[in-house]
Design a protein around this ligand. Structure first.
Ligand code: NAD
Ligand code: GLY
Length: 582
């Protein structure tokens, strides 16, 4: 467990950017910046190369340990340490026990570029600096990782971007939120953020999972600003069984929890108990699981249960599950007695980053995906990130498709962050997942705030969906997961964007590579060109029989447009020729 003393220690190879980033970070946090090499030079009155020359490396290391011991004992500093500092166990102990350690990781290629003319690096004064760097990196990497609370890739040259990434991640560490960050967050329009210092893991949580969970991150609160229909999104671990939160966010005495046969055995008992502890009377409605169940029959089953239990118009409907349960329950809430309160408790990554936010609800029709529905905003979204640890791998990947979507058409820096952190996301690293959820929700909330009922802008959230929905309804609902179809659809949309000259070949390839790295398909099923066109013609975005596409222009930007038939057919021929059963 790390303690927040207000100190931040930067570690990493020479040339990784510790001084530049450290200085900018200290300025932002109003802390004192110190570079340990500069401190050694100030204390000895000679340069580092000269200390190496006169006294040798061992003596330098001893001086470095003394400096780290003295400086890390202070409070409220940002300290850039020398590249080799982590090799001594006593240095690692000082750093680990006296502050938050950030490992700035850079590629050998970048370091060589940055240090090629720097004569102040004694360890690089060899005939083959690349080889030397590779050796140093091999030796030191395990120690950097061992001490680090946060790892930041510094491939991107923009210092402000790196500082922003560090601040976002600092905020997610338990007990780490500096006062300055809290103030900064509070002053941000439309978004507030809080650290909760103790996050109990309830005994109602599946025990086999909770015992192996990593340290929980704090809870984040965002706000979807829609005037009198505004609502909070709370994101954090173990929220499902947090009775006080539930009592605060779910109003009314009578609630009906709608879930399915997969989620119920995992979470329903613990959640219902927390609701009862919060003084609610609880009706449980358990539906069959599957995209193919997002239909009229399931909707009727909800109404049957509500009416049989004599639920009145003050009953709050709660969706506990993925996007299917969320869409169905929201639609039921919009229609039951002409509208009852509704709360989203998303338990899949896809639902936490997308479907639970923004108020689109509905069911599928055999002829078209999501064709029957309503805009109906929830009163609150409560995303318990611990539930992601029971998600099957395929479902995790499906959720990542929607995360990539935001980067691809709204935020190029976020796209780059996903590229840099895709392994951590796939490994369900809590901090990476929490950041991905938070950033996705921020981006979505901002779009929804501007265009709640999809008069224009909101359509960009359908990037990849024109192709994706065709795959889903063309193959039959449930054959490919929604996120898989969207992932592949984004590759097709990137291809079309490239054909029409809106993005370059490299950016098209970046989309494809990231979708692949997220474990998603990049080749679509061969439905036949004619069938593809027919399926894409049934889409809510279309106008006057014209198929509308969301394209990238450029990466991180968007364009809503029609496409010439020859380019569209070329994309289909190129990418939809496979026989791809999932
Ligand atoms: P889903 O709801 O089918 O859930 C995926 C699977 O995971 C299901 O089998 C479910 O039972 C299971 N599951 C859920 N939580 C779990 C957990 N914590 N542990 C283990 N298993 C768990 O699918 P989804 O990907 O969440 O959502 C896809 C649906 O969302 C589609 O119907 C899509 O159209 C819709 N959607 C809606 C919006 C919107 O704005 N309303 C946006 C995107 C997608
Ligand atoms: N998932 C698309 C939207 O909410 O608009």
């Amino acid at each position: 467990m790390v303690r927040y003393t207000g100190n931040i220690f930067l570690v990493g190879l020479m040339g990784a950017g510790k001084t530049t980033v450290g200085r900018a970070l200290a300025k932002k946090l109003n802390k004192l910046f110190i570079d340990s090499d500069h401190e050694i030079e100030a204390r000895t009155g000679v340069s580092i190369p000269l200390i190496f020359e006169i006294e040798g490396e061992e003596s330098f290391r001893q001086r470095e340990t003394e400096v780290i011991r003295d400086l890390s004992g202070r409070r409220g500093i940002v300290l850039a340490t020398g590249g080799g500092a982590v090799m001594r166990p006593e240095n690692r102990e000082y750093l680990k026990s006296r502050g938050t350690v950030i490992y700035l990781r850079a590629s050998i290629h970048n370091i060589l570029q940055r240090t090629s003319r720097d004569k102040n690096r004694p360890l690089l004064q060899t005939a083959d600096p690349r080889r030397r760097l590779e050796e140093l990196s091999r030796q030191r990497e395990p120690y950097y990782r061992d001490v680090a609370d946060i790892v930041i890739d510094t491939g991107r040259p923009n210092v402000q971007f790196l500082v922003h990434s560090i601040l976002s991640q600092l905020e997610l560490l338990p007990n780490q939120l500096p006062d300055e960050l809290e103030q900064e967050q509070e002053s941000q329009a439309g978004a507030t953020s809080q650290a909760s210092t103790s996050v109990p893991i309830s005994s109602n949580f599946p025990m086999n999972q909770s015992s192996t969970f990593p340290v929980p991150a704090p809870t984040i609160t965002l706000q979807v600003e829609l005037g009198e229909r505004s609502y909070p999104i709370e994101i954090g671990p173990s929220l499902l069984t947090d009775r006080e939160r539930i009592a605060r966010l779910i109003t009314g005495k009578q609630v009906a929890v709608v879930t399915n046969t997969t989620v119920a055995p995992l979470y329903l008992q613990g959640f219902s108990q927390a609701l009862k502890d919060a003084g609610k009377s609880v009706l449980e409605i358990v539906l069959p699981d599957g995209e193919e169940e997002k239909n009229w029959a399931s909707l009727m089953q909800i109404f049957d249960c509500l009416l049989s239990a004599k639920c009145d118009r003050k009953t709050t409907l709660i969706a506990l599950g993925g996007g299917v349960i969320g869409d169905l329950t929201g639609f039921a809430a919009s229609a039951y007695m002409r509208g009852v309160p509704f709360v989203q408790i998303p338990t899949t990554l896809l639902a936490q980053v997308d479907s639970s936010v923004g108020g689109k609800t509905g069911i599928n029709h055999p002829l078209g995906k999501n064709m029957i529905g309503a805009f109906y905003q929830p009163q609150a979204v409560i995303a318990d990130t611990m539930t992601l640890h029971t998600l099957p791998e395929r479902e995790l990947s499906a959720g990542l498709a929607e995360v990539i979507k935001y980067g691809a058409v709204i935020d190029a820096a976020f796209f780059k962050w996903i590229e840099d952190n895709i392994d951590a996301l796939m490994a369900r690293d809590n901090v990476a997942l929490a950041y991905a959820i938070r950033r996705s929700c921020e981006l979505k909330a901002d779009v929804v705030r501007q265009d709640e009922r999809e008069g224009g802008l909101r359509a960009i959230l359908n990037f990849g969906h024109t192709f994706g929905h065709a795959i889903e309804s063309g193959l039959g609902y449930g054959k490919w997961l929604h996120g898989e179809a969207v992932g592949c659809g984004m590759v097709m949309a990137a291809d079309l964007s490239h054909r029409l000259g809106h993005i370059g070949a490299i950016d098209k390839e970046r989309v494809c590579a990231l979708v692949r790295a997220a474990g998603l398909p990049t080749e679509a099923p061969n439905l036949g060109a004619q069938r593809w066109l027919e399926l894409m013609q049934i889409d809510k975005k279309n106008e006057d029989g014209q198929i509308k596409f969301i394209l990238m222009k450029p990466l991180g930007g968007h364009l809503i447009t029609t496409a010439p038939q020859d380019a569209l057919l070329a994309t289909i021929q190129q990418l939809a020729s496979g026989d791809m059963p999932r």
